[in-house]
Design a protein around this ligand. Structure first.
Ligand SMILES: Nc1ncnc2c1ncn2[C@@H]1O[C@H](COP(=O)(O)OP(=O)(O)OP(=O)(O)O)[C@@H](O)[C@H]1O
Ligand SMILES: [Mg+2]
Length: 239
């Protein structure tokens, strides 16, 4: 091996180690919280007040959902990277699809308000509705997660632009630093912010982009002129 090849190999190994440590930390943290809460519940159930018992169960359930999300993301990414995802193309009605996506995000809304801009009722697209909905849901998840807890404004819109269907998800959070617009689509990339503890595995955007590309389009990040992030997903209207 040449010196350059050796350096490249060492860099690849370093990144691999970093990913493994990040993933195992992300998986172990919620698991430790689930085990801890259930152990205390099991050992002390006789003496716990109903309120304290409920807090322990709520914590275990919340962390179990978080773990479920991490594992789903890791498996989805692996399937997309190994070309194991089959497309099921059908005519899909955009107004119905966006309302379905919002409904699926319901559990994570925590008081956030999502507005769907008026959509041309005839707007349709031939695509894989389940995959498109998964990609949109990942963008909605981020918009909710990175918006202020109070007075968050998440907005969805869909329109045709020439041969393309364009879907926009915007929020009134901190936005994306200009030099990170592409980096955030790399696996396990999260922007470090002292004031935000909400970051997840860093797989949501890579998955959303892989899905959009599989459907013949892409996802791009930008900031709104008046603050907040704006994610634009586009795919062909017909395949
Ligand atoms: N709407 C947004 N506003 C501000 N920052 C965002 C937004 N969406 C994504 N980001 C930044 O991009 C990073 C990567 O997003 P991504 O969805 O890939 O990962 P995540 O949300 O941290 O974890 P996961 O989606 O796996 O739970 C986020 O950690 C965050 O720093
Ligand atoms: Mg995310």
């Amino acid at each position: 091996m040449t010196k350059q090849e050796l350096e490249l190999e060492a860099e690849r190994e370093r990144i691999h180690r970093q990913m493994l440590s990040s993933v195992s930390h992300d998986l172990k943290t919620p698991l430790a919280a689930i085990i801890g809460s259930l152990e205390i519940f099991g050992r002390m159930r006789e003496v716990l007040t109903p309120e304290k018992a409920q807090i322990l169960l709520d914590t275990a359930l919340k962390e179990a959902y978080r773990l479920d999300g991490f594992i789903t993301n890791i498996l989805d990414m692996a399937k997309l990277e190994n070309a194991m995802v089959r497309l099921h193309l059908d005519i899909c009605h955009l107004s119905t699809l966006l309302h379905d996506c919002v409904e699926k995000s319901g559990q994570r809304l925590q008081g956030s308000h999502i507005t769907i801009a008026p959509i041309d009722q005839k707007l349709e697209c031939k695509t894989d509705a389940a995959l498109l909905c998964r990609a949109i849901s990942l963008l909605i998840d981020n918009a909710i997660k990175f918006s202020p807890e109070q007075d968050s404004e998440v907005r969805l819109s869909a329109y045709a632009q020439g041969p393309r269907l364009v879907i926009e998800v915007s929020d009134n959070g901190p936005g994306i630093p200009e030099d990170k617009m592409e980096e955030i689509f790399s696996k396990y990339t999260r922007i470090k912010r002292q004031d935000h503890q909400n970051a997840g595995t860093g797989l949501g955007l890579p998955i959303a982009r892989s899905i959009a590309q599989l459907l013949g389009g892409n996802v791009l990040a930008a900031n709104r002129p008046d603050g907040g992030a704006l994610f634009t997903l586009y795919i062909p209207l017909a395949t």
